[in-house]
Design a protein around this ligand. Structure first.
Ligand code: SAM
Length: 232
């Protein structure tokens, strides 16, 4: 992967970034996403935020190597602390981390987010935590993508701020409101069949335990029922 040829996962993220965005990429690591989008002319400016010095340095070097320093600011900062009002960002990407970490980054820095900012989030696990946070904070999910790369399944969520809360059902929170509409998708079916077997195994272990935990058992039974309903 490089700034001209992204991984399938990051390319799918890039494809969701609106044309002419001013991008904030949190957890930029290598800086390829912002570089790719700028070199393609899809965005006009970017802020890359990194909390770890190594990847921060890597992003800086990448931006200098591609002579993009006039359009990109790289900041060593925790989460949304990397962005400032004067950056006038219109799109935020937070990708390649766990859902809990992305949710915590959003929650910790939510005063930095403006209604003009489109959020594009790609969690490696725990996507439902993001959907729960988005609903609670009056975001509506406008697009979702599911894809497989190197035997891993990824979901990407794009969301916009709206004036009033748009509630999601338990199934929509778990599977994604848009992904659910295309549930025949092969990658979707394969992911949830795997999840079904994993959860079934855990439930059987819980039921076989000496001290059965009723709350946990109910949780897994409910999840299994939801998954069974959507698998075709
Ligand atoms: N976003 C890139 C992608 O999707 O390919 C890089 C993903 S990499 C696995 C996650 C990056 O997020 C790491 O470089 C890590 O240092 C950075 N990171 C983790 N927590 C962060 C935080 N609180 N603020 C900024 N960056 C963070």
């Amino acid at each position: 992967m490089n700034e001209y040829s992204l991984s399938k996962r990051l390319k799918a993220v890039a494809d969701l970034v609106p044309k002419n965005s001013r991008l904030g990429d949190i957890g930029s690591d290598h800086g390829y996403l912002a570089s790719y989008l700028l070199l393609k002319g899809q965005i006009t400016a970017a802020v890359c935020g990194e909390v770890v010095p190594g990847p921060y340095q890597q992003t800086l070097e990448q931006i200098e190597k591609r002579k993009l320093t006039a359009q990109v600011t790289v900041r060593l900062a925790d989460g949304l602390e990397a962005i400032e009002e004067s950056d006038q960002l219109t799109c935020i990407t937070i990708c390649g981390m766990g859902g809990k970490l992305i949710r915590d980054i959003l929650a910790a820095g939510k005063e930095k987010l403006t209604p003009a900012m489109t959020l594009i989030l790609q969690a490696n696990v725990g996507e439902h935590l993001l959907r729960e946070w988005l609903v609670a904070e009056n975001y509506v999910i406008t697009q979702e993508v599911i894809l497989e790369e190197n035997n891993k399944t990824y979901e990407i969520i794009k969301a916009e701020k709206v004036p009033a809360q748009v509630l999601l059902t338990p199934a929509e929170l778990l599977f994604g409101p848009i992904l659910l509409q295309a549930k025949e998708n092969q990658v979707f079916q394969a992911k949830w069949l795997r999840e079904y077997h994993n959860k079934e195994r855990i439930l059987n272990q819980l039921l076989a335990a000496k001290d059965v935990e009723p709350a946990k058992v109910t949780y897994f039974q409910q999840e299994l029922a939801l998954i069974k309903e959507v698998l075709v």
